[in-house]
Design a protein around this ligand. Structure first.
Ligand code: FES
Length: 156
């Protein structure tokens, strides 16, 4: 179970999971491996799916699936209670060390491989931005916001 504020095991020893984009977490370049994690994915554990068949545990299930999914060492998964994106649940945020932060909504309960694939893309991006090309569809349609890093140079 993913506990609040407690990072999941990120050893990445399990076999790779295939994403909707057809890539796997093992496709990650070596540059995303290391400690501390290059990207942390915060998955809301209190989100419930909208519509018929909604379950109050869908967010927790997504967080647990993401924590159990294979991924490179540079990607961490952490459960969090509410990202204030409840109207577009299920929700997750990705924070790249010294890079951009992304908030996603409208995620399906089986979106864990997409979250891992997006985190790998974000961790490997030279400019700190998650590239559009190769990004899973759920992370295109579900993007709510992106937030710049504190180190962003001022625009003139
Ligand atoms: S309960 Fe998940 S964003 Fe609020």
């Amino acid at each position: 179970m993913v506990e609040r504020g407690e990072p999941a095991d990120i050893s990445g020893d399990a076999p790779p999971a295939e994403t909707t984009a057809g890539s796997t977490a093992r496709d990650a370049p070596a540059s995303v491996r290391g400690d501390p994690p290059a990207v942390t994915v915060f998955v809301c554990t209190t989100c419930r799916s909208l519509g018929e068949g909604a379950s109050p545990v869908d967010g927790a299930a997504l967080a647990e699936a993401a924590a159990a999914a294979p991924r490179p060492d540079g990607v961490a998964i952490q459960g969090v209670r509410c990202l204030a994106n409840c109207k577009r649940s299920l929700s997750a945020a990705m924070v790249r060390r010294d890079g951009w932060t992304y908030v996603f909504g409208d995620l399906a309960a089986d979106a864990a491989p997409d979250l891992i694939a997006g985190a790998v893309l974000l961790a490997a991006a030279d400019d700190g931005l998650m590239p559009w090309r190769g990004r899973p569809e759920s992370l295109k349609r579900g993007m709510v916001a992106r937030i710049p890093p504190l180190s962003l140079p001022k625009e003139t």
